[in-house]
Design a protein around this ligand. Structure first.
Ligand SMILES: [Zn+2]
Length: 423
């Protein structure tokens, strides 16, 4: 439900000066707020540097190294005869080069900063081991994705962008299924939540939503961080709610209920399926734009799809990175909208407005999350609404509905998707 990100809709710009309300500060002391803002600024600087580095690296490789490296690979035994093998080798080399270039910044942002702000629990050895695992996973995915994409270009020619979007949608569906059972366990210990006192109220909240209570898991985030988090992951039979052990240990049962209900809200409102549908359109748009750029690049000669050169790989990576950067804010805006819908669902389903507010105040303090960051930061990079915005939602509710804090009667009414406007 909440990554360390937070967001503010553009119609509610941050107030950098003037009066602050308890919502704007999420109940933090002046020192806590200053610390959260400082952390947010470092985080933003690292995000910007990382994206700039990605673009600069790929542009440099595409311009200066791609042909030479491809020529060298073509001269090697085994690789020279097969475009596919050469492509896989080039994808590995480009990805490995990216680690070399990006590692210092990754170490600084994921290890140094997280320790400086007292958020990480990893020793540098364990950090390195996890980082290597992430890099290997990224390399495997890069090879699969780009070999697949080039195969589609070679065989489907001009229609590659349409076929590519559909194939990526299907690939995303498979990855979505595997994510909680195969990929997450590479990084975290995950076990089924079987504590009766914890699960009893959750059983009630899950009733009628299609989420089996057997699908509620504890994820050992505490091995890595002090931050608390929860998520809805998986597709179909692997669909489950994962509650961080950091959340389970530090939050009151009513606060857990609200957070769990938020995740159930994502399930009931079909946000995962909707995001995949949006992803299908987005990757179609992304590949189509990429095709237009390739045509423009060819300068009227047309793109020879059947002979599309292996050394164009870094260029393709660069174009896709650029288009993704442009689409990022749109994706985030949609995500923020759906987060608020899940918040609305949690408030309606549980009726626990005070617990909702106290849970988010706790999250802000624990995760050192700036409750009200600059609107431009939110617009560009935040997939979740700012905590101040989420608290305002509960505040409106408290002002608008005088009902006592406590669960509402359950039943069909409560499980129906909320139709309230999200922002
Ligand atoms: Zn969420």
């Amino acid at each position: 439900m909440s990554q360390s990100s937070a967001a503010s809709p553009p119609d509610r710009p941050s107030r950098s000066t003037g009066e602050r309300t308890a919502d704007d500060t999420a109940g933090m002391t002046a020192d806590e707020l200053a610390e959260a803002k400082r952390y947010g600024r470092y985080d933003l600087a690292c995000t910007l540097a990382d994206k700039a580095l990605d673009v600069a690296y790929l542009a440099a490789v595409a311009t200066f190294a791609a042909r030479a490296v491809d020529g060298w690979l073509a001269g090697l035994p085994w690789l020279g005869a097969s475009d596919t093998l050469r492509l896989a080798a080039l994808a590995l080399l480009v990805t490995a080069g990216h680690w070399l270039v990006a590692s210092p910044l990754a170490f600084y942002s994921d290890y140094v900063l997280e320790h400086r702000f007292g958020l990480s629990r990893l020793s540098w050895r364990r950090w390195l081991w996890r980082y290597l695992k992430k890099c290997l996973l990224a390399a495997v995915l890069a090879v699969i994705v780009f070999v697949g994409l080039f195969w589609i270009i070679w065989t489907c020619h001009w229609a590659w962008w349409m076929v590519g979007a559909v194939v990526f949608f299907l690939f995303g569906a498979v990855l979505g299924q595997l994510f909680p059972v195969l990929i997450l366990p590479l990084f975290y210990r995950i076990e089924r939540l079987d504590d009766e006192t914890l699960t009893a109220p959750l059983v009630e909240l899950a009733r009628g939503t299609g989420i089996a209570i057997e699908g509620v898991y504890r994820i050992a985030l505490s091995e890595e961080t002090v931050k608390a988090n929860a998520m809805l992951a998986g597709l179909g039979r692997t669909r489950r709610v994962l509650l961080g052990d950091t959340l389970l240990s530090g939050f009151a049962p009513e606060e857990m209920e609200v957070i769990f209900a938020h995740e159930v809200g994502h399930h009931v409102l079909r946000h995962v399926g909707k995001m995949m549908a949006v992803g299908l359109v987005a990757s179609g748009l992304c590949f189509w734009t990429c095709d237009l750029l390739l045509r423009a690049w060819s300068g009227g000669a047309g793109v020879d799809y059947a002979q599309f050169p292996v050394h164009a790989l870094p260029l393709m990576m660069l174009l896709l990175t650029l288009v993704t950067l442009v689409l990022g804010p749109l994706h985030n805006a949609l995500s923020r909208r759906w987060e608020l819908q899940a918040d609305r669902y949690a408030l309606d389903r549980t009726g626990r407005r005070e617990a909702f507010a106290s849970a988010f105040r706790k999250l802000a303090r624990l995760n050192k999350e700036d409750p009200d960051p600059h609107w431009l930061d939110v617009l560009l990079f935040h997939s979740h609404p700012p905590i101040a915005r989420r608290l305002a939602l509960a505040e409106q509710d408290i002002a608008g509905a005088p009902a006592a804090d406590g669960p509402r009667p359950t039943g069909e009414e409560a499980t129906r998707p909320s139709t309230a406007p999200a922002e």
